[in-house]
Every structure is written in C-alpha cells, then in structure tokens.
Design a protein around this ligand. Sequence first.
Ligand SMILES: *Cc1c(COP(=O)(O)O)cnc(C)c1O
Length: 414
Amino acid sequence: MNRIGFTTTLVHRDRRVGMEHGALRAPVHTSVQYGFERVEDLIGVFQGTTKASFNYSRQGTPTTALLEAKITELESGVGSVCFATGMGAISAIFLTLLKAGDHLVASRHIFGNTNSLLGTLQQLGIEVSMVDMTRAQAVADAITPATKMVFTETVANPRTQIADLRGIGSICHQEGLLYVVDNTITSPALFQPVTVGASLVVNSLSKTLSGHGAALGGVVTDTGLFDWSRYVNIAEEYREAVTARQGLLQIRKKALRDMGATLSSEHANQISIGMETLALRVRQSSENAQILAEYLEAHPQVAKVSYPGLLGHPQYRRAQELFQASAWLLSFELRDAARTNEFLNALKVAIKATGLGDTRTLVIPVASTIFWEAGPIARREMDIPDGLIRVSVGLEEIENLIDDFSNAFDALRL
Ligand SMILES: *Cc1c(COP(=O)(O)O)cnc(C)c1O
C-alpha cells in the first residue's frame, strides 16, 4: 500500500472528525464564547484540567483548531498554533521564547519585515547575529554561551539563497539550540523542515498555503524534535504540561492569548479551502517559474537571474536534494538597470504588486520598495542591487507569461 498522500490527506480531513448531516466540509464556528453546563468544566478550562475545549476565541476555535491539525499533518509535526499573519507567528516565537540577554543567530538573507523585527528585538535587549546561512560553519562560528535560537528561511526572498538547512540542523542538535525554519517559500508541499532537524516551523498562510491572496494568516508548528525540558525560558506554569507540549503551550498562552494576533474562523476556513489545491498549485507555479527563469537567463537584455532550478545557481544541488521542486520565486536584473521601472510598466499580465505565492504573477522592484526602509548599506550586505526585480510566478498559462515579458523587452528597445 502507498502512503496516504498530501492532497488525499487534505481533501478528506474534515469529514474524518464525524460531521453533522454527513457534511464533507466542517462548519465554521464564529462564536466568541463557549458555554458550559457545569461550572466545574469552566473552571477546568482555566486550570488546564478540562481537555481540548474552547472558552474564549482569542485562544482558538474549532475552526482554527482543525486548520492547525491539518498543518500539523502536512508538516509531520506534533502540534501547531495559528496566528492572524505570518509576522504574528514569527513575533510570537521571538517574544515568548527569548529574553533580554539571550542571543539569536539569524540568516542575513531574510524577509524584510522579519529583518526589521530583529531590530526591535535588539532594542528589547536580545542580541542578534546575522550570518550567511548558506554555510553552516557561519552559524557554528556565531554561537555564544548566550545563544538560544537559530532562525532561517528555506529559500531567501528575493535572491533565492538556500541555507544549509541540514548542516545547521546538525549544529543545533549538537548544541541543544532551538532551530526555527520559516518554510513559507517552499511550503510543506515541497519541503518538510522536520527532515533536517527543525524544532519549530513557521509558515505564512497568506502566501502559497491559502494561495489566492484572499486571507491573511500564519502558523507555528512544533516538529516534536526539540526537548523542551532543557529549554530554560519555559515558565514554571507550563512545565506541568507533558514535555512535548510545553513550547506551543507557552506560545499559545503568552502570544495568542496575551498579545492577541488571533486568526479568525472565517479566514481559517478560507485558508483551509485554498490549501486543498496547494500541491497542485505549487507544482504548476514551480513549473512555470522554471520555464520563465530559463527564458530570462537566455535573454540578451537580462544581466542575471536568481532561481534555484538553474544549473548556475550556487545552491542548485542543495535545492535538488532537499526540495520536491525549485518553487515559484525568482529575481532578475536588467542589463540596463536604469530602465527597470519602464520595463515593469510595460508588463500587462504580471501585476506590479507586493506579496508572494498568489495564483497571479506578481512583480516588484525590490530595492525601492520592500527593502527601501533598510537603507543602502543593509541592502548591499543583503545582496540587493537597485535594479533587482522579484517575480512571484503564478498559475497563468506559461505562453501568456512569456509573451508578456517578451512584449515588455520589445518595448524597451523601441
Ligand atoms: C510573507 C512572509 C512572511 C510574513 O507573512 P505575513 O502573513 O505576510 O505576515 C514571513 N516570512 C516569509 C518568508 C514571507 O514571505
């Protein structure tokens, strides 16, 4: 017998819990409060003795819980907590698991808003080293006695550098460090961070997991590999839980309950619907991206293309080894960088917009937008030249995308 696949799991998951009227899709629970027949049960929810019940929706609903269960299965983890956005999930990890005086090693090639958040952490007294994670040795070199956590993405945006995910996993395991992997660009359809030893996995649900640009969300998944009994920053009150639950329990209480970046049930439902086609969409958009990257690489007006599926990509072999496909994110520079805006204005199918992992192809000049606030020095350190164009490749017929880019190149020549 074959193993139950990714999409089979997802499309049959709702009815597995036993549904009213034989419904195939779970109802959406929008209630803010949940009542109890007996006051002892209400008390039990507050004291943690009534199991798996709902109380006040800021800490979750049956609808967000079902989404969490699905993502846990996709990531082969032991539990998940959803948030209103991906940044909500990332800030929850940093703010609930690190304290002033702790040290964090983070990737130098990182999502712009995460980069900005690392600045906030430094203001709170958390020391941050940003290193080139394409080499695991850079992580080893940055570790100090105060280091608690290592944070990286799978494929960096916009330059598509690929961290030495396996090498970093071994170092974290040896040193007993919490290893957090942001899997947003690859998604569990292409890569499971648990396979390289990640402790926690982050996914932005706003991107390819929901896929249609119609809902924001984020999630943290515990892979079950980390020994929380050895993590000093777990508060006494959460030590009573079984070891495997301590990390997520603290994240749910200290971030979801106390900071309140809660995912709504309506959005959780929207994300669940979108996720049913995740594997199909990612396969198609990755195939489109490969063809578009090869087209751009061969084009005389293009100076450089960054895409992990190209033989010349510095981590081409690593991408082949780790991921099911090379994903849908690429970036490139025109030979005549001064004409970048003119080129982008000539595109008619690809949309000039921020955002990633949509059904539609989105293009953006990176230095003048997402990385503008970072300033020229940080941009140079992060290898982001002024003319860099990021493309999040969508599901359009590839001929239409190639025609669109080809017309825009022709327009430059006129
Ligand atoms: C978009 C993104 C995030 C943040 O997700 P939001 O849902 O937009 O808050 C985090 N990490 C990566 C790699 C992203 O691309």
